[in-house]
Design a protein around this ligand. Structure first.
Ligand code: ADP
Ligand code: MG
Length: 560
């Protein structure tokens, strides 16, 4: 502390670059302050700092962090507190440019591993990462203002969020509730899997969101209520008995009139691959964590992929067992998305007709009579959906409000009626029997090219990455468009995906490598060393843990 104070006195009023001398670690008695990267000028990205509090001082109960799911819940809780506390001290110190800005990660509705906070599973040591705009007057150092931040404002924020014994009783019980919720969510995930369900939605859940830009729950929404026939109950360790709608593995069809809540239900399931915080309304909704939303994506590129499961005999004679294009059509893009999800190990497909290519999904009898199946390059998804489950164990949950043909292949049919689901499987099957599906059978065995290889480009000396929210990122000069990977949670996850790509390019660039090897490698790295391991040098930026499916999606759109 004294050393830092002396340094600050020494460099006061000097040119801004002298701030670089502050890089290093300082003992603040209750914690260590690390100045990891210092910005070049007052207008540049703010400086990166971290604080670490040793396990003894932090003092969180050991059973809050010795298991992964609990540790993530603890990290999430204290990070939210820390972030709130530093936002209150932001710009209390003044100056030019970003002077006085203090900011940490601001998690959304999901609870997920984030590089901005880490609790050591063995020692209980707490680490927070954050940024500070080092204050300047014009372009010279204003050390007094930085002293104000580091010595007067920050200690309180750090101690309030990272030292358990300073928590008020009420906060301690909130934390305990968050840990217990994490236990319950983990158990719910385990038990639905065990009982043969692919998703579960608890009665009383709030599905719709406040707006297109806010993931907060809609106020006065119609609460979810399971149809009796699909109602199941489980015993959770803390909450006790929970009741709701269990969606069995297999093929599930969601139908209903326009505006009755079909897409909202599907979007809820897309998001429920991650756990949600208390108060979100989706705390007790879980979807198979390998669930992937599949949609059409006109214009995406595809490199050397076997999409012959769905597309064959193209008029231009292109080989669809090694299909490449820089500008895929609706149907070929959705075929590629499907094959890639299968390849990455998904066990649940989530599809909405609103965002699908009709000719990829279905071809009706009349059309099949006029245009014989031999002339049509597309084997529609409806012919594959049962095979996918029977042969590969991949379930599908499908919204189709306009096409009755899916009644024939569905194991379960749910009708959304004024936001309330009804199970209509029997009735739908009866009516469907009167309209037999005269589709030419196709009994191809589903075979995946398990060893498919891709070639990432050679690594550049320097990589510059610029994230554009959840739309994608610039990788040097290449625009990587990931806006249709709709399950990417936030810009932090996007940054992690771009860093995963950089890591893979450095390791495998220029060599043909199996796509499996790539995703297993980077997933293994994150699982063993944490998401912050995606940065190899320099300070660690804010990242949240990505899934293998979105990493694979990124690679598949990046390789040409
Ligand atoms: P569909 O896909 O059947 O046409 P949507 O899911 O798009 O319908 O829902 C239509 C509208 O109803 C949306 O604006 C959505 O926010 C709203 N909505 C959905 N579910 C509920 C609910 N449970 N309570 C209140 N409003 C809802
Ligand atoms: Mg819809």
């Amino acid at each position: 502390m004294n050393r830092l104070q002396n340094e600050l006195k020494r460099i006061d009023h000097r040119g801004y670059p002298a701030y670089k001398d502050l890089k290093g670690s300082y003992d603040f008695v209750k914690y260590t302050l690390n100045i990891e990267h210092v910005q070049g000028d007052p207008f540049a990205s703010p400086s990166s700092l971290s604080v670490s509090i040793n396990g003894k001082t932090a003092g969180f109960p050991k059973n809050y962090y010795d298991e992964y799911h609990r540790r993530i819940a603890l990290e999430d809780f204290i990070l939210r507190r820390f972030s709130m506390a530093v936002s209150k001290i932001s710009f209390k110190a003044k100056g030019s440019g970003k002077s006085g800005m203090v900011s940490a990660s601001q998690p959304g509705q999901e609870i997920m591993e984030r590089s901005a906070c880490h609790v050591d599973e063995n020692t209980g040591e707490v680490l927070f990462r954050f940024v500070v705009g080092f204050p300047a007057r014009g372009r010279s150092i204003d050390a007094g203002e930085l002293e104000k931040i580091l010595f007067r404002l920050l200690p309180d924020a750090v101690e309030k969020s990272g030292i358990f014994k300073l928590f008020k009783e009420q906060e301690k019980s909130k934390l305990r509730e968050q840990i217990e919720l994490a236990d319950d969510q983990k158990e719910l995930r385990r038990v639905i899997q065990e009982k043969g369900f692919t998703a579960f939605i608890a009665d009383g859940s709030v599905l719709p969101r406040e707006s297109g830009v806010s993931q907060k729950p809609m106020k006065n929404a119609v609460l979810f209520k399971s149809p009796e026939s699909m109602q199941v109950s489980f015993d959770l360790p803390h909450k006790g008995k929970i009741t709701g709608m269990g969606i069995k593995k297999g093929v599930t069809l969601i139908v209903g009139g326009g505006y009755h809540g079909k897409s909202t239900l599907l979007q809820t399931l897309e998001k429920a691959v991650y756990p949600h915080i208390a108060g979100d309304g989706r705390e007790y909704i879980v979807t198979d964590a390998t669930g992937v939303k599949l949609r059409a994506e006109d214009g995406r590129s595809v490199a050397d992929e076997d999409i012959s499961l769905f597309i064959r005999n193209l008029p231009n004679g292109k080989d669809t067992t090694r299909f490449s294009t820089l500008d895929a059509s609706g149907s070929t893009s959705q075929a590629a998305n499907t094959v890639e999800a299968l390849e990455a190990g998904s066990r649940l497909f989530l599809i909405d007709e609103d965002t699908s290519a009709t000719n990829f999904m279905i071809r009706d009898e009349l059309m099949e009579r006029v245009i014989s199946a031999d002339e049509e390059p597309i084997v529609p998804f409806i012919k594959r959906v049962e095979q996918l489950y029977e042969q590969k164990g991949v379930s599908t949950i499908l919204v189709a409000g306009s096409c009755g043909a899916f009644f024939h292949v569905a194991d379960t049919v749910i009708q959304m009626d004024r936001y309330i689901p009804k199970e209509i499987t029997k009735a739908a099957k009866q009516v469907a029997a009167e309209y037999p599906l005269k589709m030419k059978d196709d009994d191809t065995k589903i075979e995946l090219d398990e060893g498919r290889k891709v070639r990432l480009p050679k690594a550049d000396d320097r990589t510059k990455i610029k994230v554009m929210g959840t739309d994608g990122f610039l990788y040097n000069k290449t625009n990587v468009d990931l806006r249709y990977l709709e399950q990417i949670t936030d810009a932090e996850q996007m940054l992690a995906i771009s860093k995963a790509l950089e890591y893979l390019i450095r390791k495998y660039g220029g060599k043909e490598t199996m796509i499996r090897t790539l995703i297993d490698d980077v997933e293994g790295l994150i699982d063993t060393k944490g998401v912050s391991a995606l940065t190899s040098r320099g300070s660690v930026p804010n990242m949240s843990k990505p899934r293998r499916f979105e990493i694979a999606g990124c690679i598949n759109r990046f390789v040409k």
